[in-house]
Design a protein around this ligand. Structure first.
Ligand code: EPU
Length: 299
């Protein structure tokens, strides 16, 4: 893995090891801020001269092209602090950096009998990434515990936004296709409860992950569920399980997961995704929408 020490620019950093699919080329302008202060200095500067600045969190929901990424890329997992800023009655307010791993904050909540994050059980990635894609399970997501967050706009401005002013929907945050470039940190509120309740909920969410290829190199579900249906079910009945392209294969365990089973390139994965999308469209007339994000060029 590349040596990532500070917020200063590094070049030719391999991105492969920073993604759960274990694919991707090198970054020509790589920044790994270690604090919110650093990102709020670096990113506005970069945005002055670049139309695109990629933000990479845990790399668990992203497909990065094999070719070099020439645009600046900010890797957030080194800005990963969180702190309790206030407790009031049975509520605990926590400020958390965007690069903080969701498992770290979930564990803190669990250990302190705070409920609201059990749905993160088995979900990888960072708080920023989870907010950006509105990650969730069984109707639960971070927007339900979010109070406010700080973002950097594409014009470089740093703004605090209250959750009451945001509109969230299934796997869609208010930031996608907006004037926001990055989320830097967030304040969430968790409620104190009996540990048994948290244990029970954690178990329920863990069970939802059974049948998913957790130990394989994947990026979670590739496609969003179409309204009223499951992308996995549609892919399955369209005969996609086991379909291959190069080193990529559609998981036999769950058809909405693509595994890097044998040194796949990101182009292999992309081609296989498109093959699956085409198959579902031909068989069922449904156009699946990507849940994963793509960095770089694929066409
Ligand atoms: N199904 C099949 N074949 C498959 C996969 C699923 O027939 O290959 C059927 C299942 O039997 C079930 C239905 O489809 O009847 C739904 O499947 P599942 O319970 O696995 O849930 P899902 O809708 O495929 C969603 C989320 C997952 C989340 C689970 C559990 C999306 C796109 N996926 O999956 O989230 O873990 O519910 O809450 O919303 C992710 O977003 O990356 C992700 C993994």
């Amino acid at each position: 893995m590349a040596v990532i020490k500070d917020g200063f620019m590094q070049t030719d950093v391999p991105l492969k090891t920073l993604t759960t699919w274990n694919v991707g080329g090198i970054s020509k302008q790589f920044f790994a801020p270690t604090s919110v202060e650093q990102i709020t200095k670096i990113l506005p500067q970069l945005l002055k001269n670049n139309d695109i600045c990629y933000i990479l969190g845990g790399g668990s929901n992203v497909l990065i092209s094999d070719e070099a990424i020439n645009e600046p890329l900010i890797y957030t997992p080194q800005m990963n602090n969180f702190e309790v800023i206030r407790t009031q009655h049975d509520m605990t307010y926590i400020r958390v950096d965007a690069g903080c791993n969701v498992a770290k904050i979930r564990r803190f909540a669990y250990n302190n009998s705070l409920t609201g994050l059990e749905f993160l059980t088995g979900i990888p990635g960072t708080v920023g990434g989870a907010l950006w894609g509105n990650a969730g399970a069984a109707g639960k997501d971070l927007s339900q515990v979010l109070i406010r967050l700080q973002v950097i706009l594409k014009n470089g401005e740093i703004v605090t936004v209250e959750n009451s002013d945001m509109k969230w929907s299934y796997r869609k945050s208010p930031f996608i296709d907006s004037d926001v470039s990055a989320i830097t940190n967030a304040v969430i509120a968790l409620k104190e409860t009996h540990i048994d309740e948290i244990k029970e909920k954690t178990l329920i969410f863990a069970k939802l992950k059974h049948g998913q290829p957790m130990a394989r190199k994947t990026a979670g579900c590739v496609f969003k569920n179409p309204e009223g249906d499951s992308a996995g079910r549609l892919l399955d009945i369209s005969g996609c399980k086991g379909m291959k392209y190069g080193g990529a294969v559609v998981s036999e365990a769950h058809a909405n997961f693509i595994e890097n089973s044998n040194n796949a390139t990101s182009l292999d994965i992309y081609k296989l995704c498109e093959k699956c999308r085409k198959r579902v469209y031909e068989e069922h007339g449904v156009e699946l929408e990507y849940e994963i994000r793509m960095f770089g060029k694929f066409q």
